[in-house]
Structure formats: structure tokens, C-alpha cells
Write a protein that binds this ligand. Structure first.
Ligand code: 5GP
Ligand code: ZN
Length: 117
């Protein structure tokens, strides 16, 4: 896949509109188009990495840690960190991944259930 075929690369490049709610050198955050909680953000690396299963090398592993740290900061900024939230990475078919550009879902503002569907 070239990045031009990738929905989230196209959003990164501004070819598909989706306001960036947070951005730094490594990642950006957008609102999920079909929110599953009162707040449902996606935190994505700027670099195209297809999935958690496709991570290569220490540098890409460190990006995942960064995405999670940003998710925690955004949860705090949105005011639901103390009540709690969920940060999820769906991987491949059984994991429910539908867009193959790595992303962390940050869901907050309601009680979550377990086990997930
Ligand atoms: P996945 O299923 O791969 O874990 O998550 C993909 C997420 O991307 C889904 O929650 C879906 O609602 C969201 N999504 C799909 N298309 C778009 C879009 O065009 N814009 C935004 N902001 N989110 C999208
Ligand atoms: Zn991509």
C-alpha cells in the first residue's frame, strides 16, 4: 500500500478533512467519525505503520509508547482521566482493525464494559 491509498495518511496530508485536535512531531489526534463514547479520539503516528503486528525496530516500538503517553495526556486534558477511560489498539481481522494505519482509540466519558465485543 502506498500512503496515498491509506485513509489516515490522506487525513494526515489534508486530502481528507478531519481537524487535528493535537499534533506533535510524531503523531496527531482526530475525532473518530463514528464515536463509540462521549469522547472517542484516534491517536495516529505520522509515519505509516500498518498495524501493531507490523512494527519494525526500536524506533517504531517507541512510537507506540509515545501514542499511549499522548492518549493519557489527552484523557487528562478532556477531564476524564480520574474517572477512567480506555485506550485500545485493534490489530488485524480478529482484533477488529478496519483501517490499516496504526492508531490508538481513546474512549472516555462513560463506563466501559468487559469483556469487549
Ligand atoms: P479500527 O476499526 O481500524 O480499529 O478503527 C478505525 C476507526 O476509524 C473506526 O473507529 C472508524 O469509525 C474510524 N474512521 C473511519 N473512517 C474515518 C474517517 O474518514 N474519519 C475519521 N475521523 N475516522 C474514521
Ligand atoms: Zn497510512
Amino acid at each position: 500500500m502506498t500512503t496515498n491509498d491509506c485513509l489516515f495518511c490522506r487525513i494526515r496530508d489534508g486530502q481528507i478533512p478531519s481537524p487535528k485536535l493535537f499534533e506533535d512531531d510524531v503523531c496527531f489526534a482526530i475525532a473518530d467519525i463514528a464515536p463509540q463514547a462521549p469522547t472517542h479520539l484516534l491517536i495516529l503516528p505520522k509515519q505509516h505503520i500498518a498495524s501493531l503486528d507490523a512494527l519494525k525496530g526500536d524506533e517504531e516500538v517507541q512510537i507506540v509508547g509515545h501514542l499511549l503517553a499522548v492518549a493519557a495526556r489527552l484523557a487528562r486534558a478532556h477531564g476524564f482521566a480520574d474517572n477512567g477511560y480506555r485506550a485500545v489498539i485493534n490489530c488485524n481481522t480478529h482484533g477488529g482493525q478496519t483501517v490499516f494505519h496504526l492508531h490508538v482509540h481513546l474512549l472516555g466519558g462513560r463506563q466501559m464494559g468487559w469483556p469487549p465485543g
